[in-house]
Design a protein around this ligand. Structure first.
Ligand SMILES: [Fe+2]
Length: 259
């Protein structure tokens, strides 16, 4: 790369980082109500953020779309309550747990998960809850979802046989998770794709989890994620949710995991 292009890239990175800093600073100085009302304005900034960065901080980022953006598959009221109440509470509580347990909130949550067994249940539940939701928002976009392409599509076909077979296996993991929890597509330590689930707010990065890997895609199957629209029909929610998967985001995480 020429010195001129390197300079251009450095400038671009600096501008990108400045936007990230501005978003975080904006959040730090505003209440959740302001976040909710302003998320449309901020979303143009967040789209320039590296998708793999999301979820590694202790701060709740703006929702990258409006509450109505996932209609009709996920209704606006569910999104509003989910983001501004449930997920916001995890974000607040993980900050409280970090203060009580002397955890630096500038550290990386993904590193913390590798030794989460050494912390309190409050830390485990709320760090997991915060991270999982930050990831979940990014895993979705306005329909239609499209399909994975390139190396990710090849890996899915090689691992599960076909895209339809992947969907069936993922949906089964989500349906069969008893009680509250999450279904996951991960890259394991062997660099292979795997599907599994975790209970409560655990995730596959945690040392306490029997299902391990780097999460590419997560599906929230807590009732708060779907009950207003789907009531007891979790399977219908899962089927509908496939219309919302942000495969570009999943592909970016796949690329990071395979490096
Ligand atoms: Fe949730």
């Amino acid at each position: 790369m020429s010195a001129k292009n390197q300079s251009k890239n450095s400038r671009r990175n600096f501008i990108g980082n400045s936007i990230k800093a501005a978003v975080v600073t904006t959040l730090a100085g505003s209440g959740l109500n302001a976040i909710a009302s302003n998320h449309n304005a901020i979303s143009s900034a967040t789209t320039s953020m590296s998708p793999t960065l999301v979820g590694t901080t202790f701060t709740q980022l703006p929702l990258p779309y409006a509450y109505t953006a996932l209609e009709p598959f996920i209704d606006a009221l569910t999104m509003e309550i989910h983001y501004s109440k449930h997920a916001a509470t995890y974000a607040k509580n993980v900050q409280d747990a970090a203060a009580a347990e002397n955890v630096n909130t500038n550290s990386n949550l993904e590193d913390l998960f590798q030794k989460i067994s050494g912390y309190s249940a409050k830390m485990r539940n709320n760090a997991g809850g915060h991270y999982n939701h930050e990831l979940f928002w990014q895993c979705m976009k306005t329909a239609p979802a499209g399909s994975p392409t390139g190396a990710l599509a090849t890996a899915i076909n090689n691992s599960f046989g076909s895209m339809d077979a992947f969907k069936t296996q993922f949906a089964d993991a989500a349906k069969n998770r008893f009680g509250s929890g999450w279904a996951w597509l991960v890259v394991g330590a062997d660099k292979k794709l795997a599907i599994g689930s975790t209970a409560n707010q655990d995730n596959p990065l945690m040392d306490v989890s029997s299902f391990k890997g780097f999460p590419l895609l997560g599906l929230d199957v807590w009732e708060h994620a779907y009950y207003l629209k789907y009531q007891n029909k979790r399977a219908d929610y899962i089927t509908a949710w496939f219309n919302l998967v942000n495969w570009d985001f999943v592909a970016a995480r796949f690329e990071k995991a395979m490096q």
